[in-house]
Design a protein around this ligand. Structure first.
Ligand SMILES: NC(=O)C1=CN([C@@H]2O[C@H](COP(=O)(O)OP(=O)(O)OC[C@H]3O[C@@H](n4cnc5c(N)ncnc54)[C@H](O)[C@@H]3O)[C@@H](O)[C@H]2O)C=CC1
Ligand SMILES: O=C(O)CCC(=O)C(=O)O
Length: 389
């Protein structure tokens, strides 16, 4: 039985992909008895993982809640589910762009104050509505920072409703570029986007390089009255700089899916409780993808959509399969194959993939491998984790 601990509420669709005859999926497991974890936003920094832990599947995109380097060092494969919740986020971004521009939250609050005015309500509505006049999106310029799964969907949808779109992503892949609307203008430099946009939306991961991505120098280059949307992560925007920019009239509104004690009740902040991916569709898409990737890795050794290990797609096989995560350094494969040969085992098939400092070797063997051989393989310097499937 494989124990998979759920660290958050996950769509029950996972049970279709992780059958109970083989998988014990529960939130009640101890960390120490878990072979793998499935998680949404729970903070895994500070967790201790036993050497039996094989993988962590993030049912979602952002992995800043997972200690990636520690997992890599321990040979724990971390997966995410790219694009699985992108449509959910895109729709909320569009909705919030309209809500912010048309002053809907303020109007909604105000109209309720007319309660108790009886037949006067329609007249009072007409008299008071002028205070909530807000601009249309058509013809305005939207700057999209990060053209990944979500950014591209937002850019394409905004083009379709008549916005001018400027995109900025210095790491954009050619495959992704093919999916971007031809109407999206590519900003060579971030400054161009900052200077020209009426709305700016963030769709980049939060990491050491992007923390405080928008701070005082960036705000100072923006147009007066810009509306900023942050459906990526709270730490991308430096709060003190944001409040200065609101104070000076630079930023008209800040829409955030990641409120904190400072931003929560600010009158120019439209705060949403991290609802970007909270749709049944996104939750199910993420759960299916996470469960499939986890099961595939556990049963065949294939690695797809990992954020810390090399991609390695290998068809299932009836033979004994050995998987070895190891350092990507000279003569590792030589040492491993020599050790296999010293036990008079024949390698029927083999794959070796690498990513940065880490490599992954998968072998189909003609015969069973002994516990002694596995122990000796594990002791080779640079070998991180050995599994026999
Ligand atoms: N509010 C919510 O519920 C959700 C939030 N997110 C957040 O949104 C982020 C983006 O999600 P996806 O689009 O699915 O990820 P993705 O990985 O498909 O796209 C991220 C893009 O950002 C680009 N990028 C990275 N560093 C950059 C930089 N310094 N400047 C410009 N571009 C940069 C990358 O090249 C990539 O194209 C996630 O990392 C996560 O933090 C994701 C899903 C749901
Ligand atoms: O599971 C969730 O609701 C969080 C989604 C998210 O932030 C992500 O996928 O990065």
């Amino acid at each position: 039985m494989v124990n998979i601990k759920k660290l958050n509420k996950i769509s029950p669709v996972i049970y279709d992909f992780l059958p109970k005859e083989k998988y014990n999926v529960s939130s009640h497991l101890e960390d120490s008895e878990s072979d793998a974890f499935i998680v949404r936003s729970a903070d895994c920094h500070g967790m201790e993982f036993t050497e039996d832990v094989l993988a962590i599947a993030r049912a979602g995109a952002g992995t800043n809640n997972i200690p990636i380097d520690k997992c890599t060092d321990q040979g724990i494969v971390v997966f995410n589910t790219p694009g699985a919740n992108a449509n959910g986020v895109k729709e909320l971004v569009l909705g919030c762009m309209i809500a912010a521009s048309r002053n809907l939250p303020e109007a909604y609050d105000w109209v309720k104050t007319l309660s108790g005015q009886g037949d006067e309500v329609p007249k009072l509505v007409e008299k008071g509505k002028g205070q909530f006049v807000g601009g249309e999106l058509k013809g305005k310029t939207l700057g999209v920072i990060g053209l990944g799964a979500i950014g591209i969907m937002v850019a394409n949808a905004a083009s379709a409703i008549g916005m001018n779109v400027i995109g900025y992503d210095p790491f954009l892949s050619v495959d992704k570029a093919w999916t971007i609307s031809m109407y999206t203008h590519k900003a060579e430099k971030l400054d161009e986007l900052l200077e020209k946009s009426d709305f700016i939306t963030l769709h980049i991961p939060q990491n050491d390089k992007t923390k405080g991505f928008l701070s005082t120098p960036e705000f100072s280059k923006m147009k007066d009255g810009v509306i900023i949307l942050n459906f990526a992560r709270g730490g991308l925007v430096k709060t003190t700089s944001l409040f200065d920019a609101i104070e000076s009239g630079k930023v008209k509104k800040y829409v955030t899916d990641f409120p904190d004690a400072d931003t929560l009740c600010h009158p120019n902040v439209l705060a949403i409780p991290h609802l970007g991916a909270s749709t049944p569709e996104s939750e199910e898409n993420c759960a299916v993808m996470a469960a499939q990737q986890l099961r595939d890795f556990i049963e065949t050794g294939s690695i797809v959509n990992s954020v810390n290990m090399p991609e390695c797609i290998i068809p299932p096989s009836d033979t004994v399969r050995l998987t070895i995560l190891h350092k990507n350094s000279p003569n590792m494969v030589g040492q491993i194959t020599n050790k296999i040969a010293s036990y008079e085992l024949n390698i029927a098939d083999m794959a070796n993939k690498s990513r940065g400092d880490i490599a992954y070797t998968v072998m189909n063997l003609d015969h069973e491998i002994s516990a002694d051989a596995i122990a000796e393989l594990s002791q080779i310097e640079g070998v991180i984790k050995v599994r026999v499937l």
